[in-house]
Design a binder for this molecule. Structure first.
Ligand code: PNW
Length: 487
């Protein structure tokens, strides 16, 4: 956005257009009016011409081909094949068969007019047991994918770790060695791919592969460890990211951009007044102390260390410097958020609970909070001033019945997306450095412990035939990209 005054950009687009916010809605199916009201700019909610619209996926959720061409076993293979772990026993054995059908996926992206594609690399295709000798056949798959994307005019954004940890890495994230193994793998990929891939994300969603996997036990490897060990797992996660950044920089061609995709817990002020906004920023920093805050500040803040006491992570010399390695961009996965109010508590804030009738989508955790897309960008920008920001995931599960004509008319998903993107527009118009948006997901896929019962795609996938069909939301996103404004 050089030479372009982004603050001027949104002039005239103010509160009226933002009246699209959800207020007092009580059910998923209640559609929300977002038509521009009097006072909105004549061109509607337009985006800068270089805004990067894309879609996102992850390896284990779409690829299938789990035993092909030397791919090694991962914690998710084991978890999905453990009876009772995933809903209906779903696994990623076949998923969307993208290992064979990636050209179809590229064609879907091209038909959408997507400018970019965020996908992840299966570590165990490259190093089948996590380290050691690289597997050329695995690398070839990503070479074909990247070359195909570039030939279609689509920018590849590569995530190096989206939860599918090779089981060959004994001890998983409990072992510090896993952070070093990740760095070796990240440096290797940067060396092989940075001639064509310009954006690398180290890890996806620290909270999900640490806390939810080693504490809550809902994600692979489904452990429930005591707090001191959980904190050590978290530390190895952020350390892997930091060492990964250093390794990528050491091996990548000049101009390569490095960041991560994190699902920081997002907070929205109860009332947009200075005291509640201050409380929101405080909550953002404190509640993400073990992940994004540590990465952006290169230290564990005092309140976190004090709260953990004897359970605090064991940190070695140089760790925090690596963890705080400067980034070219920060990407946020934003689905939901919590409301915060300033309060007379030790922390100075109170997080308000979601109420029983708060609107939500098909996944029970997916409370509809469109303002999350504005406040995530604003709080991260004000707290840490990243050079660039992306939304690396936003989207939702929905009921998705197939109509008589064979199409899915997911008006609820369109409602969700339109409202979130309206609030992202506010962040653009106020000049925050948001560069692009990746919709989760390009197509229905394996939704982790929910198997195939919660679907996030804007393309319907018939898992018997692998036929991909655009939903109403894909038609909508195509028009949005074409117009480069809210439609
Ligand atoms: C993300 N939460 O996970 C992941 O990056 C994707 O792989 C996943 O398919 C997608 O969101 C949809 O679930 C999340 O509980 C899982 O807040 C859970 C939460 C957030 C993100």
């Amino acid at each position: 956005m050089t030479g372009f005054n982004r603050r001027q950009f949104g002039k005239g687009i103010g509160a009226a257009a933002l009246g699209a916010a959800l207020g007092g809605q009580s059910a998923t199916a209640q559609a929300l009016a977002t038509a521009p009201t009097a006072g909105a700019a004549a061109d509607g909610l337009a985006f800068p011409s270089d805004f990067l619209w894309g879609c996102a996926t992850a390896a284990y959720q779409i690829e299938g081909g789990v035993k092909e061409d030397g791919r090694g076993e991962t914690v998710w293979d084991v978890y999905a094949h453990t009876p009772g772990k995933t809903t209906d026993g779903g696994t990623g054995d076949v998923a969307c068969d993208s290992y064979h059908r990636y050209q179809e996926d590229i064609a879907l992206l091209k038909a959408l007019g997507a400018k970019s594609y965020r996908f992840s690399v299966a570590w165990s295709r490259i190093f089948p047991s996590g380290k050691g000798k690289p597997n050329q056949k695995g690398l070839d798959y990503y070479n074909r994918l990247v070359d195909g994307l570039l030939a279609a005019g689509i920018e590849p954004h590569m995530t190096l770790f989206h939860w599918d940890l090779p089981t060959g890495l004994q001890g998983g994230w409990q072992s510090r060695d896993t952070a070093y193994a990740f760095a070796d793998y990240a440096g290797f990929m940067a060396g092989k791919m940075s001639d064509r891939v310009k954006h690398f994300m180290t890890v996806n969603e620290l909270r999900c592969f640490t806390d939810l996997a080693y504490w809550n036990g809902n994600k692979a490897p489904a452990l429930r460890l005591p707090m001191d060990q959980v904190n050590q797992v978290r530390h190895h996660g952020v350390l892997a990211h930091g060492l990964g950044v250093q390794a990528i920089r050491a091996h990548a061609k000049a101009g390569t951009q490095v960041g991560l995709a994190d699902n920081a817990t997002i907070f929205v002020p109860a009332i947009e007044t200075p005291e509640h906004i201050e409380a929101t920023k405080k909550a953002m920093r404190e509640e993400n102390a073990m992940f994004l805050t540590a990465i952006m500040e290169g230290r564990y803040i005092d309140s976190y260390l004090a709260a953990q006491g004897k359970d605090a992570p064991k940190v070695q010399a140089g760790d925090m410097k690596a963890i705080g390695s400067p980034l070219d961009f920060v990407s946020l996965n934003v689905y939901t958020s919590n409301t915060v109010r300033a309060a007379d508590t030790a922390s100075g804030y109170e997080i308000l609970p979601h109420l029983a009738n708060s609107p939500r989508m098909a996944s029970p955790w997916l409370n509809v909070t469109p303002e999350a897309l504005y406040w995530s960008i604003r709080t991260v920008s004000e707290l840490w001033k990243p050079k660039k920001l992306y939304i690396s995931e936003n989207g939702c599960s929905a009921d998705d019945p197939v109509a008589q004509d064979g199409k899915v008319y997911d008006a609820d998903r369109v409602m969700y997306l339109r409202n979130y993107i309206t609030h992202m527009h506010r962040a653009v118009s106020e000049g925050y450095p948001i560069q692009g948006y990746f919709l989760w997901s390009l197509m229905d896929n394996f939704e982790w412990e929910d198997g195939y019962t919660k679907l996030f795609g804007i393309h319907h996938v018939d898992f018997q035939t692998q036929k991909r069909t655009p939903k109403l939301s894909a038609d909508w996103y195509r028009e949005l990209i074409k117009a480069n404004k809210l439609v």
